[in-house]
Design a protein around this ligand. Structure first.
Ligand SMILES: [Zn+2]
Length: 244
């Protein structure tokens, strides 16, 4: 009689999903420029360094683990995984590194993904080859592909140039694997997924929701991402990243 509750409990422990392995909703955030708005282009594609630092401090102080695509299979082993991504390879993304260096400590190891456009590397307001080399060696940032020329991939013909040549060029610069592609404008269809699969393990869109594993055939090529904007307040940021 006395043993029954313990036996029942043991059975329950085996039946109930462990919280570590439970399917969690994972936010993948998208940023562009981390800088003061200079009046050029769309203001909402900027986040000030001050706001970005507050947002990253929030993640640090609320137990998030910043993650990159190479470590995808380890995602369920960590607490509150989140991806921080930057599109277009702007020079001002150096501010990200500076802020990460300021915030990192033994417990919080910030990391992010820069999606760079391979033909734009070295343009005046973009990261140069030597920037990317330095960033890759420093090790906090994963540098991935945002194609060669930033076309709408649903309308191009030369997939090998946009997908393979860009990947090869970035790998040559960083000496690290390129496994993820950010579709320009978030534009994707069946054909684009089919071509992306030849060279990449992941494709990221701008579908504004958190990732939740469904086992769908192409889910790793339709990863959603949520914009953080110039106007996003810290309260809104907290709502976006916290699991509801
Ligand atoms: Zn872009």
């Amino acid at each position: 009689m006395k043993k029954t509750p313990i036996a029942a409990l043991l059975i329950l422990i085996h039946i109930l999903p462990s919280p570590i392995f439970a399917q969690q909703k994972v936010p993948i955030l998208i940023y562009h420029s981390i800088d003061k708005y200079n009046g050029l282009g769309s203001k909402e594609l900027y986040v000030t360094p001050q706001n970005f630092e507050e947002q990253m401090r929030y993640l640090r102080d609320h137990g998030f683990t910043l993650f990159t695509f190479e470590r995808w299979q380890d995602m369920n082993k960590v607490n509150k995984p989140i991806f921080i991504t930057f599109d277009d390879g702007y020079k001002n993304n150096w501010n990200v590194i500076e802020i990460f260096q300021k915030l990192r400590n033994e417990r919080f190891q910030p990391t992010a993904t820069f999606f760079v456009i391979s033909d734009f590397i070295g343009r005046s307001n973009r990261l140069s080859q030597s920037d990317l080399k330095r960033i890759a060696v420093e090790g906090m940032i994963s540098i991935q592909s945002h194609t060669a020329t930033h076309p709408d991939l649903t309308k191009v013909e030369n997939y090998p140039y946009e997908l393979k040549v860009s990947k090869d060029k970035i790998e040559q610069i960083t000496n690290k694997p390129v496994v993820a592609l950010a579709y320009p404008f978030g534009a994707v269809n069946k054909k684009v997924i089919e071509e992306t699969k030849k060279y990449y393990s992941f494709g990221v869109t701008t579908i504004p929701e958190k990732f939740q594993k469904t086992g769908g055939k192409d889910e790793l090529y339709l990863l959603p991402r949520i914009y953080i904007k110039y106007s996003t307040s810290l309260e809104e940021f907290a709502k976006i990243v916290e699991v509801e």
